[in-house]
Design a protein. Structure first.
Length: 423
């Protein structure tokens, strides 16, 4: 059984605190004896020199500490005005309509939904294999149309590109891969080929595709955020197949938390440099499969916090953390709810939540919070996601599925939700 590695095994480095030394003293062990008058005179001089040294030391410390404090204040100011688009607009915020993944959805994107007045942005999920079925020849036509519509409707864009299970076949050739069952979402339970998250051949091919994407859209004024991905499986979340059968496969491929986190750290630095004009979202930060050592919720919590720290060191204030399972009801199978964890970071870094699903049928509306009443179900989920933390801050953005943005009876709920961002 794979459990969490001890903190030291995760290679987290604690930086030593800066020390300030004030050194003063008098000469001792002189080779001659002073007469009384000379001794008294020297004692006065020694005391005077000591006082001078102390005063000089205090001045030097004050001089050195003032810039540090100024730098700290400047850092806070930079944090407040951080920009994630060439327009000079601030961080991602407001309601976002989510266009879900799948070849059918990608080929028939309903861009009219961007005209909804309560939406501030659009998030689009795209499978890598649907846009680059042949190496080096991506079909940008659908994304071209999306960016054109976003710019004309004044909406900002969050790109969510899925590699992992949804990589094109050519990208898996010559990689270390194996067959795993898709653990959730469309195709749940279906065996698919998954590259090892740390496989360099696979990652370099993914990064090459991301560079092409950045070259084409990185200068768009609408392009405000992209999801970090690569060492992923079924989505952009930090998740991996986690069944007993999957554990055996991971052990077979010599999985360790250090290998997994090393791949993610490479991804953090890659996205930070490749998308300099965008914010970078990190979905469900954590260790999906834990190594030897401490078990339980405290270990998971510590791992999540450490991973966010690592991402912050690479990405800085452009980092956004996101939880993509917001719902106010109960599902037959519930994952640990990280809604409050993400909300807790609001005000410190960019935070966002994505709805678990739409609310447009009895089963979905029950999970979202009100069986048979989609507007109420969405309202309850919005209220859960927009509650303030102990500092009085709420998340920066909420992503709502397209199916809940189109119906007329959902518009009052959307109007209410949009108003929460202006209070």
């Amino acid at each position: 059984m794979i459990t969490l590695a001890p903190k030291a095994a995760l290679d987290f480095v604690a930086l030593p605190a800066r020390e300030w030394h004030l050194v003063g003293g008098a000469r001792t062990g002189t080779p001659f004896a002073n007469p009384p008058e000379r001794a008294q005179h020297c004692t006065c001089i020694s005391r005077f020199r000591c006082v001078v040294r102390i005063l000089l030391g205090i001045c030097l410390m004050s001089w050195a500490l003032l810039p540090a404090r100024a730098q700290s204040n400047q850092g806070l100011e930079r944090r407040e005005v951080e920009r994630c688009a060439l327009t000079g607009d601030a961080v991602p915020s407001g309601l976002v309509v989510l266009l879900p993944s799948g070849e059918k959805n990608y080929q028939s994107m309903n861009l009219q939904v961007l005209n909804n007045p309560f939406m501030s942005g659009v998030a689009v999920q795209v499978n890598w294999r649907d846009i680059e079925p042949a190496q080096g020849r991506p079909d940008w036509s659908k994304l071209d149309a999306l960016f054109a519509a976003a710019e004309s409707s004044k909406k900002w864009v969050h790109l969510i590109m899925f590699p992992g299970f949804f990589s094109p076949p050519w990208a898996l050739q010559g990689t270390e891969s194996d067959q795993f069952e898709i653990q959730y979402g469309p195709g749940k339970g279906t065996p698919e080929t998954l590259p090892m998250p740390w496989d360099r051949v696979y990652l370099e091919r993914w990064f090459a595709f991301m560079k092409q994407l950045s070259a084409r859209y990185g200068g768009s004024p609408a392009f405000r955020m992209i999801a970090a991905a690569g060492p992923t499986s079924v989505s952009v979340e930090m998740s991996l197949p986690n069944s007993p059968a999957a554990h055996k496969l991971w052990l077979k491929h010599s999985y360790t938390p250090a290998k997994y986190l090393s791949a993610w750290e490479d991804a953090f630095h890659f996205y930070a440099s490749t998308f300099p004009n965008q914010c970078i979202s990190l979905a469900a930060p954590g260790l999906p499969i834990l190594g030897p050592g401490e078990k339980g919720r405290p270990a998971h919590l510590r791992a999540k916090e450490e991973i966010i720290d690592r991402a912050m060191r690479a990405i800085g204030n452009r980092l956004a953390i996101q939880w993509s399972d917001l719902h106010a009801g109960h599902a037959p199978v519930e994952a640990p709810d990280n809604t409050d964890f993400v909300i807790g970071y609001s005000g410190r870094i960019i935070t966002g939540l994505e709805m678990r699903s739409g609310s447009q049928d009895d089963i979905a509306s029950k999970i979202m919070g009100a069986e048979g009443d989609p507007p109420l179900a969405l309202r309850r989920s919005i209220d859960k996601g927009m509650k303030p933390n102990s500092a009085g801050r709420h998340v920066n953005y909420l992503e709502i599925y397209e199916a809940d943005v189109l119906p007329a009876d959902m518009q009052p709920v959307l109007r209410y939700a949009a108003s929460l961002f202006h209070r």
